[in-house]
Design a protein. Structure first.
Length: 381
């Protein structure tokens, strides 16, 4: 009826859903089920107060950055409020009625859209046909040019600030221009703009700090874009500094922050031994000489890891598993695949010896002889 899995119903029963009796099949009264689900929904519901938005990334009501929001009209009577989450930097929206906007906004600063001027609202919508009106026409044209010049000047000011260009690009990853963001990021790195008049000890602090001082990277989508741009330009040192700031530790994360922390690491380092992020962190912490060579683009991270002994190279595709210690360090699944491949290339005597030593004590004696007879029979046929 509800289209849910049977395990969901079992969880409901464990959570207190009453049943008719202890016999099977289990019977549940419809009115009791409806009441149970209604109470469950009410307990999980989180209502936003005035000046709050529901953040789908944090799954909780949050306050917007700098207590500012933008009103986006959808109809003449209603629209959406758009803001940025103070915790993770995710875009947040809240549907509001224009008549209740003041009550819902609370102490927020609402930016209203500017109305576009229509042709009918112009003082002289029709073209001039009298030469006596030309001075007035030239005056209107000159005023329009001054207005356009001011708009272009503001646009050039915005585009001339590389930090603001990167901030705008990372705040809206879906519609950004990667080429313009990469150019602005190169200017930030080459001119050390992130250090000028900014209290940051590392590029990682600059990346995760909120605008206007930082880039506001507190979600996976903008982090992946920034990673691509930095690694594509060979800025391994800067990306490693960001990794040290955003990489979460192993195990379950802490539920409560301490020492007035305002940032929770959210990036999970890949578990593969040859992952580039894992190699960069290991090289910087334990092999600074190899890490310096990687940052100078004199060697790749994988080659530096091989020279430092972080990656074992052998003739086998299992990463040097001919070494007994390395083979013992493999996972059980990898050990099984390795043993199957080795068994295929073994000689008949080696296969029989392996069966006699490893399988016969568990499965019964005589398997090695039967395997030898089968091999002889198949080779004879």
């Amino acid at each position: 009826m509800f289209g849910v899995h049977e395990n969901a119903v079992r969880n409901w029963l464990k959570s207190g859903l009453p049943k008719v009796d202890e016999r099977r099949p289990i019977l549940i009264l419809g009115r009791q089920l409806a009441s149970f689900l209604h109470v469950r929904r009410e307990l999980n519901r989180q209502r936003c107060r005035a000046g709050e938005f529901y953040c789908f990334h944090c799954r909780a009501p949050r306050r917007p950055v700098e207590r500012a929001a933008e009103y986006l009209p959808l109809t003449a009577q209603s629209g959406n409020l758009k803001a940025t989450c103070t915790n993770c930097g995710t875009r947040m929206y809240r549907r509001v009625s224009l008549s209740k906007l003041a009550a819902i906004a609370g102490d927020l600063q609402i930016q209203m859209p500017l109305a576009e001027e229509r042709i009918g609202d112009c003082p002289d919508p029709s073209p001039n046909c009298d030469l006596t009106q030309e001075p007035e026409t030239y005056a209107n044209a000159e005023g329009g040019m001054r207005k356009l010049s001011g708009m272009l000047g503001h646009w050039r000011e915005v585009r001339a600030d590389p930090i603001r260009v990167v901030q705008d690009a990372l705040s809206d990853v879906a519609t950004m221009s990667l080429s313009s963001m990469t150019t602005a990021l190169d200017a930030i790195v080459e001119q050390n703009l992130w250090r000028q008049d900014r209290p940051f000890e590392s590029f990682g602090d600059f990346a995760v700090s909120f605008p206007p001082l930082g880039l506001g990277v507190r979600a996976l989508a903008p982090l992946r874009v920034l990673r691509h741009a930095l690694l594509d330009a060979g800025n391994f040192a800067l990306w490693t500094e960001i990794l040290e700031r955003v990489a979460r530790q192993r195990g379950r994360p802490r539920k409560r922050l301490v020492n007035d922390e305002d940032f929770v690491p959210f990036y999970t380092i890949p578990t593969a031994a040859t992952a580039r992020d894992r190699l960069l962190l290991a090289l910087k912490r334990h092999h600074p000489g190899h890490f310096s060579a990687v940052c100078d683009c004199r060697i790749s991270p994988r080659a530096a890891a091989i020279d430092a002994g972080l990656i074992a190279i052998g003739s086998s595709r299992f990463g040097g598993a001919c070494n007994i210690k390395l083979a013992a360090a493999l996972s059980q699944r990898a050990q099984g695949r390795l043993l199957c491949e080795l068994f295929k290339v073994m000689s008949a005597n080696a296969q029989c010896a392996l069966i006699a030593r490893a399988l016969e004590p568990r499965l019964g004696f005589g398997l090695a002889e039967r395997w030898r007879e089968d091999l002889a029979r198949s080779s004879g046929s």
